[in-house]
Design a protein. Structure first.
Length: 65
């Protein structure tokens, strides 16, 4: 078995108080607006929801490839 974990984005506070922000570059304004306009919090993952699944893989009795 070879598990593949591909969680979606997580809803965390990193974009607010725990992130460092670089100087804004106007060349990226259109891209940033498109990302913001397509953002849907219903599509974000919940960090605590994946903990048990990942820990089951870590503690699996047979080595995983």
């Amino acid at each position: 078995m070879c598990p593949l974990i591909e969680p979606n984005r997580y809803e965390t506070e990193w974009v607010s108080n725990s992130a460092s922000h670089a100087q804004n570059l106007d060349a990226y304004d259109d891209l940033k607006a498109a990302v913001r306009n397509g953002d849907n919090l219903d599509h974000y993952g919940v960090p605590t929801a994946t903990v048990n699944a990942v820990m089951k893989l870590v503690d699996y009795s047979q080595p995983l490839l």
